[in-house]
Design a protein around this ligand. Structure first.
Ligand code: SF4
Length: 419
């Protein structure tokens, strides 16, 4: 790799790390004194293909020059960050080189806006087109869609890419007006709508027995920055809900605002606590998989999620009249509302109780968090009656003690299908 391309790569992989709409992993720190196995929060990220495989992607910007001046963004026109721009050919070559060395299985490509939306979209699309046509590249491609770009260009992008994303960026129109005045919510949602229509059209052609060209088979996602304005969590979740229902987005990613050099005085000096991002993801699961409505998830008066306990537990504590739930009689929808019981365990419980009545031991065997759950359920051998539910100190009783998470905790939670 030439020195010039290497320097561009350093700048443009670093600039891409702020985009969470392509899920990323990896530690942000490297052990002192290490010589091999260094980790970086940028460069290669991971994403999931439609068949559930985790793939590693080269995550870069085509350029970090931008004509817009979004106040939360390090690449805004008024920022004095070092700039670089790849040619289409350089991105194609880098992707192929990394792929052949087995470093990546695909590409996540985004860009600042150069000249105008159409010109930028053309360049991004050309990268994907060259990879597919000239190199017969079959790996995963995620392209960022530029709002305001011509519909035909977005259609073409979807022919070559597996996933498209249009970032909503901020939860409300007022937030956009304040911090990203050049961005217009109708333009963003129109681009999402166009992608959704095309995905549906392709699906119905396929169902009718035709073989239409593939269009963004891994769907579309978006990113919302959290904590750059004072907007509360219920407004953030209302926007996410609208995106899931009106535009059928596959994922909404929540990205905690991270302070940038020489930021506008209107922006907060530090990031919101990361736990807020985590709680929003948990609330997002309640919306998508647990049958909760957006207006019932946030129970606090300030309309923010409780940072100390997960949103399902917070809801249960605020709605004690709904409990205890008899796990041997309750519907699936009721079981999903019990704190400490995940979707996968609900499925198991429904299947077990066809053969015998569920006892406490059965739930414990499923690794249900009994300490959290016991006050809210009736089993064949356990009935807390109203005793626990009337207790003033129920919140303390069921709140998990703070502890350092380990990889194996997370693995256990994943096995139970709990978030
Ligand atoms: S359009 Fe994108 S790259 Fe440009 S300033 Fe706004 S957020 Fe940053």
């Amino acid at each position: 790799m030439s020195r010039d391309v290497q320097q561009k790569l350093e700048i443009l992989a670093d600039a891409a790390k702020y985009d969470a709409s392509c899920s990323s992993s990896g530690s942000k720190s490297t052990r002192a004194g290490s010589q091999i196995g260094s980790t970086e929060g940028m460069g290669i990220c991971h994403s999931y293909t439609p068949d559930g495989r985790c793939v590693s992607l080269l995550k870069i910007l085509l350029t970090n020059y931008c004509i817009f001046d979004c106040q939360y963004c390090v690449n805004r026109v008024s920022s004095d960050t070092p700039r670089a721009r790849f040619t289409v050919g350089e991105v194609v070559q880098l992707t192929m080189d990394f792929y052949k060395r087995n470093y990546v299985e695909g590409l996540f490509l985004s860009s600042g806006i150069i000249q105008n939306s159409d010109y930028t979209m053309e360049q991004l699309t050309q990268v994907a087109k060259d990879l597919r046509q000239k190199h017969r590249f079959g790996g995963y491609i995620h392209l960022k869609t530029i709002p305001g770009a011509n519909e035909k260009l977005i259609e073409e992008a979807g022919m070559w890419a597996d996933r498209l994303s249009v970032n909503i960026e901020l939860p409300t129109e007022l937030d956009l007006k304040q911090l990203a005045p050049e961005k217009k919510k109708p333009e963003i949602t129109q681009a999402m709508h166009g992608i959704q229509e095309k995905i549906e059209e392709t699906k119905s052609d396929r169902n009718a027995g035709y073989k239409p060209p593939s269009f963004a088979p891994a769907g579309q996602s978006t990113q919302m920055i959290v904590g750059a304005t004072a907007t509360s969590d219920d407004a953030i979740l209302a926007t996410a809900d609208e995106l899931y229902t009106a535009h059928e987005l596959r994922r909404v990613y929540y990205s905690a605002y991270s302070p940038i050099p020489h930021a506008d005085a209107a922006l907060p000096g530090k990031s919101p606590p990361l736990i807020r991002e985590h709680r929003l993801y948990q609330a997002d699961w309640l919306l998508r998989f647990y049958g909760f409505d957006v207006d019932e998830i946030v129970v606090r008066e300030d309309r923010n999620l409780d940072l100390d306990i997960d949103p399902k537990l917070a809801w249960a504590l605020a709605h004690r009249e709904y409990f205890p739930i008899d796990v041997n009689r309750a519907t699936r929808e009721q079981l999903l509302r019990i704190p400490g019981i995940g979707a996968r365990n609900v499925k198991r419980m429904l299947s077990i109780r066809r053969h015998h009545a569920l006892r406490t031991e059965d739930l414990k065997k499923m690794r249900v968090v009994w300490k959290r759950t016991k006050s809210f359920v009736i089993t064949a051998d356990h009935n807390p009656s109203l005793g626990d539910l009337d207790r003033q100190d129920l919140r303390q009783l069921v709140t998990p003690k703070p502890k350092q998470l380990t990889l194996f905790d997370a693995f256990g939670e994943a096995l139970k299908g709990e978030f």
